[in-house]
Design a binder for this molecule. Structure first.
Ligand code: ZN
Length: 387
């Protein structure tokens, strides 16, 4: 077994990184000001030993009614458990679904308005009573979403087939534990898909327009870490060094995308709403199609990324070729058709993608027609020529 790095960081929140640090959960909940925490985790982890260990460490009940692409029903079920147990904080432990659901449950704990009133639209977040937002300790068991350092949760509205972003600055977890031992059991396919989600977060943030050198610097190093360590984590799931670096890269992706995301996420959200595809996998498939569409305005940035990743040639084409090779090496399909997506909702997916807040971060303006054409290209596998 390899050594795993360790560190305590204070931005964008308090982060304790290092193998075995789940043991420090009692200090984390205490620091977050909780005395009666509720653990929120994924249904698939309900009986996992690490969840039992967390529960024993802080003597807290486990709520595991959470599935991938979590819905309002999952939030309401969590709220019912939270209120009936008279809890005063949430320990969100699991993949992106558990982290997002746990954060939204803590956010909604003391609110009187309905969930969808807090969608990330304009200043709707100011509708929330900040004093009623419960604290969260976040412990990711995948390395991709970065939700542990995010100020939002993505919840599916099943009535409208829309993934809604519920946002509030105080949804940022108070303490994050990045324990690489918790990710060693992740299967190779999930490791690859979630790891590429982290890469896409960094890539879209770096390519998003706007002056934000902090985000750009974090995004570049995040991409370098994914390039160096994701293949290692996939080859040997017990490589604690690679696992620790990927957890860091995932947190860096979500830190960087405060700057913005782009077309990959704008399309992946409605695709996930309609077809229930895995978020990271959907992004991993979509990335090269969106890169090609945006090529005209991101060539210089892609050349810089290629230099940071030490690619030959250090150009857009060098980076594109590397992305395609990495996807192949990690057994990521080339088309969305290969993951069960078809064109029956293509026009609606284009329209929804244009409405998704991520679309505004795309480096060139994209409307419903452009997003639909990128989506259609990703079904057939034809990389589009630059817009
Ligand atoms: Zn993502």
């Amino acid at each position: 077994m390899t050594l795993s790095p360790r560190g305590n960081w204070n931005y964008p929140t308090t982060i304790w990184a290092g193998a075995g640090r789940l043991d420090e959960l009692p200090s984390a909940t205490q620091r977050a000001g909780m005395s009666r925490p509720l653990i929120v985790t994924d249904a698939g982890l309900a009986h996992h030993p690490m969840v039992a260990r967390a529960a024993a460490l802080i003597d807290a009940p486990v709520h595991a009614d959470v599935a991938g692409n979590p819905t309002a029903a999952h939030v309401h079920s969590g709220l019912a458990a939270y209120r009936s147990g008279r809890h005063d904080g949430v320990v969100a432990l699991g993949g992106g679904a558990a982290l997002d659901t746990g954060k939204v449950v803590a956010f909604m704990a003391g609110q009187t308005r309905p969930l969808w009133d807090f969608e990330d639209v304009g200043d709707w977040w100011t509708r929330a009573d900040p004093a009623a937002i419960a604290p969260v300790v976040a412990i990711p068991t995948t390395a991709g979403t970065g939700s542990e350092v995010g100020r939002a949760g993505v919840i599916l509205n099943e009535e409208t087939h829309q993934k809604k972003i519920i946002f509030h600055p105080l949804m940022m977890p108070k303490v994050v534990i990045l324990d690489a031992e918790l990710t060693v059991g992740l299967p190779r396919g999930v490791t690859a898909a979630t790891g590429l989600d982290a890469f896409v977060h960094c890539f879209e943030a770096y390519c998003a327009p706007g002056f934000h050198p902090l985000a750009d610097g974090i995004a570049l190093e995040g991409m370098r870490l994914v390039a160096q360590y994701l293949p290692r984590a996939c080859d040997n799931g017990a490589d604690l060094d690679a696992r620790a670096q990927m957890l860091a890269a995932a947190s860096m992706g979500a830190t960087a995308f405060q700057k913005g995301l782009g077309g990959v996420h704008a399309i992946a959200h409605p695709v996930g709403s309609f077809f229930h595809t895995h978020h990271g996998l959907t992004n991993a498939v979509l990335l090269p199609y969106v890169m090609c569409h945006n090529r005209r305005v991101i060539e210089a940035k892609c050349a810089h990324i290629a230099r940071v990743l030490d690619l030959e040639p250090a150009s857009f084409d060098g980076l594109l070729e590397w992305v395609l090779d990495l996807r192949k090496r990690l057994d990521i399909p080339h088309t969305l058709a290969q993951i069960g997506v078809d064109d029956r909702n293509a026009a609606e997916i284009g329209r929804e993608a244009a409405l998704d807040p991520s679309a505004g971060g795309n480096p060139i303006a994209v409307d419903a027609a452009a997003l639909e054409s990128i989506f259609r290209a990703s079904l057939t596998g034809a990389l589009p020529s630059a817009a």
